[in-house]
Write a protein that binds this ligand. Structure first.
Ligand code: MMA
Ligand code: CA
Length: 235
C-alpha cells in the first residue's frame, strides 16, 4: 500500500511536472507544494513578527526614555517655579517716564545695588562649593566684584568679624576666575596687602583687617560665610 502510493505520486510527478495542475488527480502534489508554501510563509511571517516586535520594543523603549526624561525635566521646572512663586519681590520704580519695564526688583531681604541684588549669609558657614551651590539653588551665584563702588557697597553691609566667600577661584597657577565667567581684571582687584600668598589657597574671601576690607585667598574647604549675588528682575 505504502509503496503503491509512492509509485503513484512519482508517476504523477513525472506526468505533470512544471505544468498548470488543475485536475483532481493533482491533489497530493498540490498539497505538497501548498505545505511548502505554507511553511515558507509561516517562516516569513514569524521573522516579520519578530522584527516587528523588536522594532516595537525599540520604539517603545525610546519613547519611554524620552517620556521619563521629559518628566524629570518637568519635575525640576516645577520645583524652580515653586521657589520663584514663593519668593516675594521688592520693587522700586526706576524709570519714571518709560512705559515698559519700569520696576526693578530684588527678592525680599536681598539688598539692591546697581543692576544686581546681594544676599550675605547670616551666621551660617560652609565650604566654597557648598556656598556656591546654595547661591545657585536660589538662581544666584557667589559675589562678583568689578568696581570700587561695588566693593564699598557690599562691605558697608558686612560684619567686620567674619570672612565671606566671593565668586573668585584659582583652578591652578594663579589664574583667577570669576564664577559668572566675566573677565578677571587685575586693575579692579582688592587684595589685602601681601595676598594672594599661597598656591594651595584657591578660593577667596572678603574680610576686614584693620583698617581696611580686602580679599584673601584661603583653602576652598574652609568654612566661611558668603555673599550671593543675582541680577535684578525688571518688570
Ligand atoms: C593668614 C594669612 C592668610 C592665610 C590665612 C590662612 C590669618 O591670615 O597667612 O594669607 O590665607 O592665614 O588661614
Ligand atoms: Ca591667603
Amino acid at each position: 500500500m505504502f509503496s503503491e502510493d509512492i509509485y503513484i505520486n512519482t508517476n504523477f510527478k513525472n506526468k505533470f511536472d512544471s505544468s498548470d495542475i488543475s485536475t483532481d488527480s493533482s491533489v497530493p502534489e498540490k498539497k505538497n507544494t501548498y505545505q511548502k508554501i505554507c511553511h515558507k510563509f509561516s517562516k516569513v511571517l514569524l521573522t516579520s513578527l519578530i522584527v516587528y516586535f523588536l522594532l516595537l520594543t525599540i520604539l517603545f523603549s525610546g519613547s519611554l526614555i524620552t517620556l521619563l526624561k521629559k518628566y524629570a525635566q518637568l519635575l525640576e521646572e516645577k520645583t524652580v517655579m515653586k521657589e520663584l512663586y514663593y519668593t516675594e519681590l521688592e520693587c522700586t520704580k526706576w524709570h519714571p517716564l518709560s512705559e515698559d519695564k519700569v520696576w526693578s526688583c530684588c527678592p525680599k531681604d536681598w539688598k539692591p545695588f546697581g543692576s544686581h541684588c546681594y544676599f550675605p549669609s547670616i551666621d551660617s558657614v560652609a565650604s566654597w562649593n557648598e556656598s556656591e551651590e546654595n547661591c545657585s539653588s536660589m538662581g544666584a551665584h557667589l559675589l562678583v566684584i568689578h568696581s570700587q563702588e561695588e566693593q564699598d557697597f557690599i562691605t558697608r553691609i558686612l560684619d567686620t568679624g567674619a570672612g565671606y566667600f566671593i565668586g573668585l577661584q584659582d583652578p591652578g597657577h594663579g589664574q583667577w576666575r570669576w564664577v559668572d565667567g566675566t573677565p578677571y581684571n587685575e586693575s579692579a582687584t582688592f587684595w589685602h596687602e601681601g595676598e594672594p600668598n599661597n598656591p594651595k589657597e584657591q578660593c577667596v574671601t572678603i574680610n576686614y583687617r584693620k583698617p581696611v576690607w580686602g580679599w584673601n585667598d584661603i583653602p576652598c574647604s574652609d568654612k566661611q560665610q558668603s555673599v550671593c549675588q543675582a541680577k535684578k528682575v525688571y518688570l
